[in-house]
Design a protein around this ligand. Structure first.
Ligand code: BEZ
Length: 259
């Protein structure tokens, strides 16, 4: 049975693309020695550790205790200035302020964007930068449409399952406006299509659904879950499966804001 808790082993084994693509975002962050950096929504800590390897002082936070436990087990190292803590992106606060807040593939999980933006702003030093990437408008649209169609086929009422209540995939206009309202200077914002190959061949889409669409699937019985996954695969095969590999129709928003 699928629940809404993170399976950190499945996450690390089958979803390495989450932080592999994030490495590109590190160039945009360009961490410097001795800078203090907050990694917001750090997951199991792969990118947090990479930032720390540059000589920066890094704190990784995530709302999920299992993710933080795994991050600590993976990466705590006396040679790095690196720490991890459980914290909620909508309400965190620390004694000292940061030179930069970095976030990869996390903010789409939190529909209450304004609360997050306020915390980020308050956590930065004046002149500090916010560098983030996450799902933008239209992200995984074909997967969501197929999933909703499959739920309808079993007469499951998905009307109440508004995507906007589960995830936050904003347009550039929406997100940049929120940042500016908070006081950020938005110096960079792009929306880019990034079709992303899923690992594990035939099982790629199923793994993705189990990991990332559990908020839909956890309301179903085990039999219904199986059927919905199967029907969703059939619906998406013509567009997202090629030469034995599944892809997800990712669309990313990337932003840099200065306090
Ligand atoms: C994403 O990384 O784009 C994503 C994550 C969870 C649900 C949907 C999309």
């Amino acid at each position: 049975m699928i629940t809404n808790n993170w399976d950190t082993t499945l996450y690390e084994d089958k979803h390495a693309f989450v932080w592999k693509y994030g490495e590109d975002l590190l160039n945009l962050l360009s961490p410097q020695r001795e800078e203090s950096i907050l990694d917001l929504g750090c997951g199991t800590g792969q990118l947090t550790a990479k930032i720390a390897e540059t000589g920066a002082k890094v704190l990784g936070i995530d709302a999920d205790a299992a993710m933080i436990a795994k991050a600590k087990a993976n990466y705590l190292d006396p040679n790095l200035d690196l720490n991890f803590a459980v914290a909620d992106a909508r309400s965190f606060a620390f004694q000292t302020n940061f030179d930069a807040v970095f976030s990869n593939a996390a903010l789409h999980w939190i529909p209450d964007a304004d609360a997050v933006i306020t915390c980020i702003y308050q956590a930065l030093k004046p002149g500090g930068r916010f560098v983030a990437e996450f799902g933008g408008q239209g992200n995984v649209k074909s997967i969501i449409d197929a999933l909703k169609g499959s739920l309808q086929e079993i007469d499951f009422d998905s009307q109440g399952l508004a995507v906007s209540s589960l995830w936050y995939f904003p347009s550039i206009g929406d997100y940049a406006t929120r940042l500016e309202k908070q006081g950020f200077d938005v110096i960079y914002a792009v929306l880019l299509n990034r079709p992303t190959k899923l690992s594990d061949g035939d099982a790629g889409l199923q793994n993705w659904l189990l990991m990332f669409a559990s908020r839909f699937l956890c309301m179903l019985s085990p039999e219904q879950q199986k059927q919905v996954i199967h029907t969703t695969e059939q619906r998406l095969r013509p567009s997202l499966y090629r030469d034995g590999v599944w892809s997800a129709d990712y669309r990313r928003i990337r932003v840099v804001g200065i306090k």
